[in-house]
Design a protein around this ligand. Structure first.
Ligand SMILES: N[C@@H](CCC(=O)N[C@@H](CS)C(=O)NCC(=O)O)C(=O)O
Length: 207
Protein backbone atom coordinates (compact mmCIF):
# COMPACT_ATOMS: atom_id res chain seq x y z
CA UNK A 1 0.00 0.00 0.00
CA UNK A 2 1.37 3.41 -0.89
CA UNK A 3 1.29 6.13 1.73
CA UNK A 4 1.96 9.85 1.53
CA UNK A 5 5.43 11.03 2.45
CA UNK A 6 5.18 12.03 6.10
CA UNK A 7 7.37 14.06 8.44
CA UNK A 8 6.55 14.81 12.09
CA UNK A 9 8.33 17.90 13.36
CA UNK A 10 8.49 18.44 17.12
CA UNK A 11 10.96 18.73 19.97
CA UNK A 12 13.00 15.74 21.11
CA UNK A 13 10.37 14.71 23.64
CA UNK A 14 7.07 12.84 23.73
CA UNK A 15 4.63 15.72 24.47
CA UNK A 16 2.07 16.51 21.81
CA UNK A 17 3.72 14.49 19.02
CA UNK A 18 3.97 11.05 20.57
CA UNK A 19 0.39 10.02 19.80
CA UNK A 20 0.91 10.58 16.07
CA UNK A 21 4.37 8.97 16.14
CA UNK A 22 3.01 5.89 17.90
CA UNK A 23 -0.03 5.57 15.63
CA UNK A 24 2.13 5.67 12.49
CA UNK A 25 4.63 3.24 14.01
CA UNK A 26 1.87 0.77 14.95
CA UNK A 27 0.43 1.08 11.45
CA UNK A 28 3.83 0.37 9.85
CA UNK A 29 3.55 3.70 8.06
CA UNK A 30 6.98 5.20 7.39
CA UNK A 31 7.62 8.74 8.59
CA UNK A 32 10.53 11.05 9.21
CA UNK A 33 10.85 11.78 12.93
CA UNK A 34 12.21 15.33 12.80
CA UNK A 35 13.27 16.38 16.33
CA UNK A 36 14.17 20.04 16.71
CA UNK A 37 16.58 21.78 19.03
CA UNK A 38 15.20 24.97 20.62
CA UNK A 39 17.40 26.96 18.23
CA UNK A 40 16.08 25.13 15.17
CA UNK A 41 12.51 25.69 16.43
CA UNK A 42 13.12 29.43 16.82
CA UNK A 43 14.29 29.60 13.21
CA UNK A 44 11.33 27.58 11.94
CA UNK A 45 8.61 29.18 14.11
CA UNK A 46 7.73 32.13 11.82
CA UNK A 47 6.99 29.71 8.97
CA UNK A 48 4.64 27.42 10.93
CA UNK A 49 0.84 27.56 10.47
CA UNK A 50 0.18 28.38 14.17
CA UNK A 51 3.80 29.31 15.04
CA UNK A 52 3.91 26.13 17.09
CA UNK A 53 4.85 22.48 16.89
CA UNK A 54 4.03 19.69 16.33
CA UNK A 55 3.38 19.84 12.61
CA UNK A 56 2.90 17.02 10.15
CA UNK A 57 4.21 17.51 6.63
CA UNK A 58 2.16 15.47 4.17
CA UNK A 59 3.63 15.24 0.68
CA UNK A 60 5.26 18.64 1.27
CA UNK A 61 2.20 20.35 2.81
CA UNK A 62 2.64 21.46 6.42
CA UNK A 63 -0.41 20.83 8.65
CA UNK A 64 -0.78 21.40 12.37
CA UNK A 65 -2.73 20.76 15.60
CA UNK A 66 -1.71 17.62 17.42
CA UNK A 67 -5.08 15.91 17.72
CA UNK A 68 -5.96 16.63 14.09
CA UNK A 69 -2.63 15.05 13.23
CA UNK A 70 -3.38 12.08 15.47
CA UNK A 71 -6.81 11.51 13.91
CA UNK A 72 -5.28 11.63 10.44
CA UNK A 73 -2.54 9.19 11.49
CA UNK A 74 -5.19 7.05 13.17
CA UNK A 75 -7.19 6.88 9.95
CA UNK A 76 -4.12 5.93 7.93
CA UNK A 77 -3.14 3.31 10.49
CA UNK A 78 -6.62 1.81 11.05
CA UNK A 79 -6.64 3.11 14.63
CA UNK A 80 -9.62 5.47 14.28
CA UNK A 81 -13.20 4.16 14.06
CA UNK A 82 -15.10 4.42 10.80
CA UNK A 83 -18.36 4.35 12.78
CA UNK A 84 -19.40 7.93 13.61
CA UNK A 85 -20.51 7.22 17.18
CA UNK A 86 -17.39 5.21 17.99
CA UNK A 87 -15.31 8.06 16.54
CA UNK A 88 -17.22 10.46 18.81
CA UNK A 89 -16.25 8.32 21.83
CA UNK A 90 -12.62 8.41 20.77
CA UNK A 91 -12.72 12.17 20.21
CA UNK A 92 -14.27 12.67 23.63
CA UNK A 93 -11.28 10.99 25.29
CA UNK A 94 -8.81 13.09 23.27
CA UNK A 95 -10.61 16.30 24.22
CA UNK A 96 -10.75 15.28 27.89
CA UNK A 97 -7.01 14.77 27.70
CA UNK A 98 -6.64 18.30 26.33
CA UNK A 99 -8.57 19.48 29.40
CA UNK A 100 -6.00 17.75 31.61
CA UNK A 101 -3.22 19.63 29.83
CA UNK A 102 -5.14 22.90 30.15
CA UNK A 103 -5.32 22.40 33.92
CA UNK A 104 -1.57 21.75 34.04
CA UNK A 105 -0.62 24.59 31.69
CA UNK A 106 -0.18 27.36 34.33
CA UNK A 107 2.27 25.06 36.14
CA UNK A 108 4.18 24.42 32.90
CA UNK A 109 4.50 28.17 32.42
CA UNK A 110 5.55 28.90 36.04
CA UNK A 111 9.31 29.45 36.18
CA UNK A 112 9.56 29.54 39.98
CA UNK A 113 10.01 25.93 41.18
CA UNK A 114 8.39 26.49 44.59
CA UNK A 115 5.33 28.19 43.06
CA UNK A 116 5.12 25.43 40.42
CA UNK A 117 5.07 22.84 43.18
CA UNK A 118 2.23 24.63 44.98
CA UNK A 119 0.20 24.87 41.74
CA UNK A 120 0.60 21.14 41.12
CA UNK A 121 -0.17 20.19 44.72
CA UNK A 122 -3.37 22.24 44.53
CA UNK A 123 -4.34 20.50 41.29
CA UNK A 124 -3.59 17.07 42.78
CA UNK A 125 -5.76 17.82 45.82
CA UNK A 126 -8.93 18.38 43.81
CA UNK A 127 -9.23 19.47 40.18
CA UNK A 128 -7.17 16.66 38.67
CA UNK A 129 -8.74 13.75 40.61
CA UNK A 130 -12.19 15.18 39.90
CA UNK A 131 -11.43 15.35 36.18
CA UNK A 132 -9.85 11.89 36.16
CA UNK A 133 -12.92 10.43 37.86
CA UNK A 134 -14.99 11.82 34.97
CA UNK A 135 -12.66 10.20 32.43
CA UNK A 136 -12.80 6.90 34.35
CA UNK A 137 -16.61 7.07 34.34
CA UNK A 138 -16.59 7.55 30.55
CA UNK A 139 -14.51 4.37 30.29
CA UNK A 140 -17.44 2.39 31.70
CA UNK A 141 -18.09 1.49 28.06
CA UNK A 142 -14.67 -0.22 28.19
CA UNK A 143 -15.14 -3.64 26.64
CA UNK A 144 -11.57 -4.86 26.96
CA UNK A 145 -8.83 -5.20 26.28
CA UNK A 146 -9.11 -1.73 24.75
CA UNK A 147 -11.68 1.03 25.20
CA UNK A 148 -13.77 -0.07 22.24
CA UNK A 149 -13.05 -3.78 22.50
CA UNK A 150 -10.51 -5.70 20.43
CA UNK A 151 -9.77 -2.77 18.12
CA UNK A 152 -6.93 -0.56 19.33
CA UNK A 153 -7.65 3.14 18.75
CA UNK A 154 -5.83 6.41 19.30
CA UNK A 155 -7.98 6.90 22.44
CA UNK A 156 -6.17 3.94 24.01
CA UNK A 157 -2.82 5.38 22.95
CA UNK A 158 -3.79 8.74 24.46
CA UNK A 159 -4.78 7.13 27.77
CA UNK A 160 -1.48 5.27 27.78
CA UNK A 161 0.52 8.43 27.01
CA UNK A 162 -1.30 10.44 29.67
CA UNK A 163 -0.53 7.77 32.24
CA UNK A 164 3.13 7.93 31.27
CA UNK A 165 3.19 11.70 31.66
CA UNK A 166 1.34 11.72 34.97
CA UNK A 167 2.99 8.73 36.63
CA UNK A 168 6.58 9.15 35.50
CA UNK A 169 7.64 11.53 38.28
CA UNK A 170 8.46 14.10 35.59
CA UNK A 171 5.78 16.45 36.92
CA UNK A 172 7.07 17.43 40.33
CA UNK A 173 4.14 17.97 42.69
CA UNK A 174 1.94 15.38 40.96
CA UNK A 175 2.03 12.15 43.01
CA UNK A 176 3.18 9.28 40.77
CA UNK A 177 0.28 7.17 42.11
CA UNK A 178 -2.34 9.77 41.12
CA UNK A 179 -3.94 7.37 38.61
CA UNK A 180 -3.97 4.32 40.89
CA UNK A 181 -7.63 4.97 41.75
CA UNK A 182 -8.78 4.42 38.14
CA UNK A 183 -8.81 0.68 37.26
CA UNK A 184 -10.36 0.98 33.77
CA UNK A 185 -7.83 3.59 32.69
CA UNK A 186 -4.99 1.43 34.05
CA UNK A 187 -6.30 -1.74 32.39
CA UNK A 188 -6.36 0.04 29.02
CA UNK A 189 -2.90 1.57 29.53
CA UNK A 190 -1.54 -1.84 30.57
CA UNK A 191 -3.02 -3.43 27.42
CA UNK A 192 -1.38 -0.75 25.25
CA UNK A 193 1.96 -1.20 27.04
CA UNK A 194 1.77 -4.94 26.29
CA UNK A 195 1.18 -4.37 22.55
CA UNK A 196 4.34 -5.66 20.79
CA UNK A 197 4.67 -2.60 18.55
CA UNK A 198 4.35 -0.26 21.53
CA UNK A 199 6.88 -2.27 23.53
CA UNK A 200 9.29 -2.15 20.57
CA UNK A 201 8.83 1.62 20.22
CA UNK A 202 9.48 2.19 23.92
CA UNK A 203 12.54 -0.07 23.88
CA UNK A 204 13.95 1.92 20.95
CA UNK A 205 13.18 5.36 22.36
CA UNK A 206 13.29 5.19 26.14
CA UNK A 207 16.51 3.22 26.60
N1 LIG B 1 -3.11 23.29 20.00
C1 LIG B 1 -1.76 22.99 19.62
C2 LIG B 1 -0.82 23.46 20.73
C3 LIG B 1 0.63 23.34 20.28
C4 LIG B 1 1.60 23.82 21.35
O1 LIG B 1 1.20 24.31 22.44
N2 LIG B 1 2.90 23.65 21.04
C5 LIG B 1 3.95 24.05 21.94
C6 LIG B 1 4.84 22.85 22.30
S1 LIG B 1 3.92 21.54 23.09
C7 LIG B 1 4.85 25.05 21.25
O2 LIG B 1 5.03 25.02 20.04
N3 LIG B 1 5.46 25.92 22.07
C8 LIG B 1 6.44 26.87 21.62
C9 LIG B 1 5.84 28.21 21.26
O3 LIG B 1 4.60 28.38 21.34
O4 LIG B 1 6.62 29.09 20.90
C10 LIG B 1 -1.62 21.48 19.39
O5 LIG B 1 -2.34 20.68 19.99
O6 LIG B 1 -0.79 21.10 18.54
Amino acid sequence: MTHPTLKITYFDMTGRAELTRLALHIGDIPFEDDRLTREAFAALKPTLPFKQVPVLTVDGEVLAQSHAMARYAGRLAGLYPTDALEAFRVDEILAASDDTLAKLMPSFREQDAAKRLVLREELSAGPLPEHFACIEARLAAHKGPYFLGDALTIADLELYGSRQMLSSGWLDGIPTDILDAYPRWNAIADAVAAHPKVAAWEAAHKA
